[in-house]
Design a protein around this ligand. Sequence first.
Ligand code: PAF
Length: 309
Amino acid sequence: MRIVRTTAELREHVRDVRASGGTVGLVPTMGALHAGHVSLIDAAVGRTSNTVVSLFVNPRQFGDASDLSAYPRTEEDDAARAQAAGADVLFAPDVDEVYPDGYASEVRVSGPLTERLEGAHRGPEHFHGVTTVVTKLLNMVAPDVAFFGAKDAQQVLVVRRLVRDLDLPVEIVALPTVREADGLALSSRNVRLSADDRARAVAIPRAIEAVVAALAGGEDDAAALLRVAAGPLADAGLAPEYVAIVDPATLAPRTTVDAPSLLALAVPVGPVRLIDNALLSPVTSDAPVPALSGAGWSDHRVPPTPEKG
Ligand code: PAF
């Protein structure tokens, strides 16, 4: 696997791949790679002849300077992981390569998709930072397919809208959230949880499971389901930033889960803000889920790590 730092070198590589009839997959990451990222790299390796993993902690999508400085940076481990998973190139540019002196452009998806949920709590600027860097990465790499994790469900919707609105010639694939054996969604931020916070964080998947069980038991009133979700979180002493049941295409709040819906949560746990989500399918509905539909949206879990010794 090659480690590439400049756009010029990356473009040369992609030109060579294309000249020999190959296809290119992009897995955009901010590093601290975990099994969720590996599942994206696996998919890219399976779908395309050449896989580029980008590693760039994008300052423009962090509202909070302390969150940016605390973001884990583990390039050596990331390179080893990406290589083991079969990536061909790790594109790890410096900040100046992406945002050179005098940089003054931004790409925005405006409106409810970037203003609701994460946009309402982190500010829509978070997504403007994401869409700016994703546009740049898509232009730099020019992939045939780009792979994103469904844990960031709103990000997937926003990126799909960006690609559609700007006619970007790339297919966006979303892959299921990968979870620890106890259900906690893998996140680069999990490494910052203390042992006590890690134990409390399990309340997040428990809240999701409680909602899924209540729905399966016939409760479809969104307010009642949100009260169900609140139970495990309160028991663990966690105060969510939001727990919402929304239309999975528009993110508009739902009052009744009489059509496929997205349950989305953001929960501070100690110093870390965790997000998670699940698609809720009403027992009676077989309607397709717009925008989020596609093979493998459902969650799966990482098998437990075998005990050593
Ligand atoms: O999901 C992420 O890790 C980031 O938001 C992304 C897509 C790499 C853009 O910086």
